[in-house]
Design a protein around this ligand. Structure first.
Ligand SMILES: NC(=O)C1=CN([C@@H]2O[C@H](COP(=O)(O)OP(=O)(O)OC[C@H]3O[C@@H](n4cnc5c(N)ncnc54)[C@H](OP(=O)(O)O)[C@@H]3O)[C@@H](O)[C@H]2O)C=CC1
Ligand SMILES: Nc1nc2c(c(=O)[nH]1)N=C([C@H](O)[C@@H](O)CO)CN2
Length: 241
């Protein structure tokens, strides 16, 4: 479990809801400073800021906002303990009646922004010892399998996993870089029973993994000093069916 030993903050993208919000809340509860990005200012975002999180409203589809965020972090923080790239837009291929725009958005939020943040903040992350700092990419089981209705999304998550390989090699030995590839963490409010039963039936462990499992995997990776360049499955045994 990551506590506030040297008090360097953890940077988490997409803290407005669900996984990102849970990770931010849990790190804050441990006394670990949190830098977070959000797009929509939900009440939970306001609450997180009131508890001391340093939050920035950043739409990753706006390049200027991304660059402004990078400059703000670089000017305010001498060190970072970790960067957790959680922000994600789960667009179907027919979402915008413009496949080119869908692909552009998927590559922007899941690949270009993590790429820019990793390069721009590497010197803030570099630890003194071996593997003392972390970059964690939230990927997806479908990066390796594909998806019939989220082709662009799955391709962008596969590209994100390729960033894991490249940055792990480039940033060693000070910084570990790994992906977490969940299958089913948590359903969305609009998911009906038929969808839920179909999704649950795809794994030999038929359940939602839960945000707690994502945090446990984050903690495992951050406590390691010997795992890098790996895609950590979190999928209930999807590959066994
Ligand atoms: N939930 C699951 O079962 C699974 C999740 N994953 C992955 O785990 C991670 C967390 O999942 P989950 O919590 O469900 O994700 P959600 O889709 O619920 O939340 C993603 C967050 O990213 C933000 N975001 C989306 N687009 C942008 C953008 N253009 N600029 C800035 N922020 C943006 C959203 O902001 P806003 O609220 O304003 O839209 C939202 O707060 C994601 O990377 C996801 O792909 C993988 C497999 C399964
Ligand atoms: N950004 C998001 N990515 C994904 C989500 C989500 O809600 N937001 N949900 C899934 C599903 O859980 C899918 O894996 C099974 O229903 C995948 N990615």
């Amino acid at each position: 479990m990551t506590n506030s030993s040297n008090n360097a903050p953890v940077l988490i993208t997409g803290v407005g809801k669900r996984v990102g919000l849970y990770l931010a809340q849990q790190f804050m509860a441990r006394g670990v400073p949190v830098i977070g990005t959000f797009r929509t200012e939900y009440p939970e975002v306001v609450e997180l800021a009131e508890k001391g999180a340093d939050l920035y409203c950043v739409d990753f589809y706006q390049d200027a906002e991304v660059l402004e965020f990078i400059q703000a972090v670089r000017s305010r923080y001498p060190r970072l303990r970790a960067i957790i790239h959680n922000a994600s837009d789960w667009l179907k291929d027919d979402a915008l009646n413009n496949p080119g725009e869908v692909m552009a958005r998927m590559m922007q939020v899941h690949v270009s922004v993590p790429y820019q943040l990793n390069l721009a903040l590497q010197d803030k992350l570099a630890g003194d010892g071996i593997g003392e700092a972390d970059i964690i990419h939230l990927s997806d089981y479908v990066a390796a399998k594909g998806s019939k209705k989220h082709i662009a999304y799955a391709a962008s998550k596969a590209a994100l996993d390729n960033l894991t390989l490249s940055f792990a090699a480039r940033f060693a030995p000070g910084i570990k870089v790994n992906s977490i590839a969940p299958a089913l963490v948590c359903f969305n409010p609009w998911d009906d029973d038929a969808y839920k039963q179909k999704a649950l039936s795809k794994a030999v462990l038929p359940r939602e993994g839960g945000t707690e499992e994502v945090l446990a995997t984050v903690d495992y990776l951050m406590s390691s000093r010997y795992i890098t360049g790996r895609i950590m499955p979190l999928d209930g045994g999807r590959h066994l069916k």
